[in-house]
Design a protein around this ligand. Structure first.
Ligand SMILES: Cc1ncc(COP(=O)(O)O)c(C=O)c1O
Length: 376
């Protein structure tokens, strides 16, 4: 009999379930034999990388035999300028997922706690559990609130105690698309004890146009326990390169920089990110295409009489009022991949990423047909 190696793992690892990513296009081709597939399942940027990024990658290819700059000098400089902070405040990550996990590794262990909201981004509970800490999960707001299924900061504050080392807040949150305004978030942050780090995950921030939406990096001087995470995977269109970062006070950045792998961000990602920051036109156009299309999709869902959360990200959460698995599968048969969210405890919902105008039209047509065929 083979040994059960799970028994040898550290306690946090034993109960882990793998993260469920969106179904890859190649897998659907293999399994269903369909072609012409569109994937609206992973909140990717459908416009692809910009021209300046592609040129930067092309130029960097000759240096691929060299290790990347372990300290990310050029990129940290550009990010420091963007956020009005010192380069020492930045920690680069292999995607923002990397820095979220680094925070958990650095500050969590058995016997301490981390707080997040129900329906918050799935990586938080995974990172907390892997570190062996205890997750305290605050009930989310109800569907009737103006931010349906969003974070209830009062409920979250109520769970924070002496043992709380981290609070994770996704602003906007995935998969709900909900967000917190400046006033409520700052009230929350200012009420936190020094011994609790507040991690505000701003992965989708570039898409948000509401003037009440906060830019938390500008609060760092006031709150030394605040950490903001950002990514190049969404509005900047670099998900495949894996690059994100944290902005924090230099003391926290120093801790994360000790812990991270020396070359956690590859050469092409660093060069591409510098170019992406310089390409203001690309960012503006990717955001404006997304937001126009998100509004069009929202209208189409209203016409189909489906309940949705009012998203400010590049995706929308749709409630079918009954288990949504057959709708997900019927869409797959029509070559459309969306994202089930039963792993979030939302079996009646599907999350739809905003695609190109053509992709969204195809999705709306496919969904209309599926609902008609299922008698909904
Ligand atoms: C809220 C949120 N935070 C962080 C991430 C991680 O993104 P990445 O690791 O690509 O930067 C995602 C990815 O979907 C997300 O939805």
């Amino acid at each position: 009999m083979n040994k059960d190696y799970l028994e040898l793992t550290v306690p946090g690892v034993r109960g882990l379930r793998p993260y469920q990513p969106g179904k890859p296009i190649s897998e659907l081709e293999r399994e269903y034999g369909v072609s012409g597939i569109i994937k609206l399942a992973s909140n990717e940027n459908p416009t692809g990388p910009g021209l300046l990024v592609r040129e930067a990658i092309e130029r960097a290819l000759v240096d691929l035999a060299r290790y990347p700059d372990a300290n990310g000098f050029a990129l940290k400089g550009a990010l420091a300028e963007r956020h009005g902070v010192m380069p020492e405040c930045i920690t680069l990550g292999n995607g923002s997922n990397d820095v979220l996990v680094l925070l958990a590794e650095a500050f969590l262990q058995p016997g301490v706690e981390a707080v997040h909201s129900q329906f918050a981004f799935a990586v938080y509970p995974l990172a907390i559990q892997a570190a062996g800490a205890t997750a305290r999960v605050a009930p989310a707001l109800s569907w009737d609130e103006s931010q349906p299924l969003g974070h209830d900061v009062d409920a979250m504050a109520g769970l924070v105690g002496e043992a709380t080392r981290l609070v994770f807040i996704a602003n906007p949150n995935n998969p709900t698309g909900t967000w917190l305004d400046s006033e409520s978030l700052e009230n929350f942050v200012s009420s936190m004890p020094d011994s609790t780090l507040v991690v505000v995950d701003e992965a989708y921030s570039e898409y948000v146009e509401d003037p009440a939406y906060p830019d938390c990096a500008s609060w760092l001087d006031r709150y030394p326990n605040l950490v903001v995470t950002r990514t190049f995977s969404k509005a900047f269109g670099l998900a495949g390169l894996r690059i994100g970062y944290a902005i924090s006070n230099p003391g926290i950045a120093n801790i994360l920089n000790r812990l991270r792998q020396p070359f956690n961000v590859n050469l092409l990602a660093q060069e591409a990110a510098v170019a992406a920051l310089a390409d203001k036109d690309y960012l503006a156009s990717s955001v404006s295409t997304n937001n126009t299309e998100r509004a069009r999709l929202a209208d189409a869902l209203v016409k189909l009489k489906l309940r949705q959360a009012p998203s400010v990200g590049n995706f929308v959460l749709v409630d079918f009022g009954r288990p949504a698995t057959d709708i997900y599968e019927a869409l797959l048969r029509k070559s459309v991949i969306v994202r089930p969210v039963d792993n979030y405890g939302l079996p009646d919902c599907l999350r739809i990423s905003i695609g190109t105008p053509d992709e969204n039209t195809r999705f709306i047509t496919a969904l209309t047909e599926v609902l008609a065929e299922s008698g909904d």
